[in-house]
Design a protein around this ligand. Structure first.
Ligand code: ZN
Ligand code: FE
Length: 243
């Protein structure tokens, strides 16, 4: 079995688009659909035909391209949270936490991560040591609690923390520099955090992404991952919202 190829590209203001391609089966998935035009252009550029969409949650910058892509690619399979079936345009298959499915030979595990929205899910691909985490976790940060509680997000981040340390985490937005400024107010003496902020600044100055990040790194630098209790996480989240 060949390793799945992950192709990442910026789109909209600060979103990332992701194409997941399995060389053995020829299948190609778009993780979320921030911008149908850009996703189509990237597929054409790669010579890949889009066969699947994996939605993480219902927000427009993650599902807005679903219907246009379904029209452009007949038979497109749109997989997303069953919990949010009514809010995911064009959904063809709802999945739940604890379930897994196959994308060609690649096993994909679905993990429920409520908090940012109640139905948010992430996709973990053990063979690729990668997880697509949507708006649950960002480098040095986490998603806003639009629908869930601090306890929801605390439990969701604990699930990500339980993945193997090497796992690459593909976050859906480039928020690292602003997250880093805030994280420093929580842990001004965290040397790993200071080092990573310096690295992130250099990458951004060269126009390069700071995504993906890694489970073991986030455990060392992400103030939300490092919160000891749900209440502490809630306090940090409220401070970030007003930062
Ligand atoms: Zn969102
Ligand atoms: Fe988003």
């Amino acid at each position: 079995m060949s390793r799945a190829i992950i192709h990442m590209f910026p789109c909209l203001t600060d979103n990332y688009g992701f194409l997941l391609h399995d060389p053995d089966s020829g299948l190609t998935a778009s993780v979320d659909t921030p911008d149908a035009k850009e996703i189509t252009a990237q597929c054409q550029d790669k010579g890949w035909t889009l066969t699947h969409v994996f939605n993480t949650h219902h927000h427009w910058d993650h599902t807005g391209g679903n219907l246009d892509l379904a029209a452009a690619y007949p038979g497109l399979e749109i997989i997303g949270p069953a919990h949010d079936a009514a809010r995911i345009p064009g959904l063809t298959q709802g999945v739940r936490g604890g379930e897994s499915f196959y994308f060609g030979p690649q096993k994909i595990e679905v993990i429920e991560t409520p908090g940012h929205t109640t139905g948010h899910i992430i996709y973990y691909i053990p063979q690729a040591s990668a997880a697509f985490v949507g708006d649950t976790l960002f480098k040095m940060g986490c998603g806003r609690l639009f629908e869930g509680s601090p306890q929801d997000m605390f439990d969701s981040l604990a699930k990500i923390a339980a993945l193997p340390g090497e796992t690459l985490l593909y976050c859906a937005h480039e928020y690292t520099l602003s997250n880093g400024r805030f994280a420093l107010t929580v842990e001004p003496d965290n040397q790993d955090l200071i080092t990573e902020i310096t690295r992130a600044k250099a990458l951004r100055e060269q126009g390069k992404p700071t995504v993906p990040t890694q489970v073991k790194l986030e455990k060392a630098i992400n103030p939300f991952m490092r919160a000891k209790t749900a209440q502490h996480l809630g306090d940090i989240r409220r401070a970030k919202d007003n930062f």
